[in-house]
Design a protein around this ligand. Structure first.
Ligand SMILES: Nc1ncnc2c1ncn2[C@@H]1O[C@H](COP(=O)(O)OP(=O)(O)OP(=O)(O)O)[C@@H](O)[C@H]1O
Ligand SMILES: NC(=O)c1ccc[n+]([C@@H]2O[C@H](COP(=O)(O)O)[C@@H](O)[C@H]2O)c1
Length: 273
């Protein structure tokens, strides 16, 4: 007997990853388990998309370093990948556009294979195998969904005036969102209090992290500046890379210190000084 039809999902996490921590990686594993436990989804790929330098967040080091650290961190994963498109854009890209980009990049849905000539099909399959890291992707006739994966702080930031365009929130929620609980945040209450989030509540998956883990990149940078150990908060190859390139110190933390909330300025036209 055939089981219920599963919807393929690509999980996309956008963020500074400054630097990538074990919790960023855990988010993917938690989200995949949660979605697959529903019996409705099959997670076929994870994409980590470091934000570009144009984001100008305080202490944000160069995208090339953040990208390389994310690559080192995901080397041992057979399904989480790192994508450079967002970080290579000359200006900051709103998250809705990043979701759209990845949705449009998905390999076209497979047609009926009997109709496709062998050479063309082999080429198509190679493209698809390269796209899906573990090359174990099954033949699905439908395009996967791209769901934004984020922590509850990002979901709650939807309410910060002028930080997110309403149409962007609607576009993101239309694709679907997976939100990992974070201490100090109450995503269920937040969804209940927002009309737009309530409308899309069936497309928002809240994943409760029972093993509370409040690692944050801010905490890691602070510890590094103070010469304290961050071992076991990040993958070892990432830690080695940070040390080799002397990445986080008092000077790097001052980067963009004179710029206040870059995205906010973009929408309001406010000056940074
Ligand atoms: N401990 C955590 N629990 C749940 N989600 C997290 C955690 N740490 C990071 N995230 C999520 O990971 C994504 C990328 O995080 P990002 O690097 O922008 O933030 P961060 O680690 O909180 O960094 P910073 O401390 O520099 O603000 C965001 O969606 C964020 O909410
Ligand atoms: N309007 C938007 O699209 C918008 C606003 C704020 C943050 N973000 C994104 O959220 C992610 C996390 O940002 P923070 O590190 O500032 O929490 C980043 O990838 C950033 O680009 C998007």
């Amino acid at each position: 007997m055939e089981g219920p039809k599963l919807t393929d999902v690509v999980l996309l996490a956008c963020g500074s990853f400054n630097p990538i921590t074990n919790m960023h990686l855990r988010m993917f594993e938690l989200a995949r388990d949660h979605l697959q436990d529903t019996g409705r989804y099959r997670v076929v790929k994870g994409i980590m998309s470091p934000v570009g330098d144009g984001y100008k967040k305080k202490g944000l080091i160069k995208g090339s370093h953040r990208l390389e650290m994310a690559r080192l961190a995901t080397e041992t994963s057979d399904w989480i990948t790192v994508d450079s498109w967002e970080s290579l854009q000359p200006e900051w890209v709103e998250t809705a556009k990043v979701v759209r980009h990845h949705y449009e990049e998905l390999p076209a849905a497979e047609q009926n294979n009997d109709d496709v000539d062998t050479v063309k099909y082999a080429k198509k399959r190679r493209i698809k195998e390269n796209y899906f890291k573990g090359s174990s992707h099954q033949k699905s006739k439908e395009r996967p969904q791209v769901k934004l994966l984020c922590g509850a702080d990002v979901l709650e930031s939807f309410a910060v005036p002028n930080l997110w365009k309403q149409e962007d929130i609607i576009e993101i929620l239309g694709h679907g969102l997976v939100c990992i609980t974070r201490s100090g945040c109450d995503p269920h209450k937040f969804i209940n209090q927002s009309d737009v989030l309530w409308k899309y509540r069936n497309n928002i998956h809240v994943v409760h992290e029972w093993v509370t883990n409040d690692i944050s990149a801010t905490h890691v940078r602070r510890a590094l500046r103070r010469g304290q150990s961050v071992k076991y908060l990040l993958p070892d190859p990432v830690l080695r890379y940070i040390k080799e390139h002397d990445l986080y110190n008092a000077e790097s933390e001052q980067k963009n210190a004179d710029v206040v909330l870059a995205p906010l300025q973009r929408f309001t036209g406010a000056s940074s000084s």
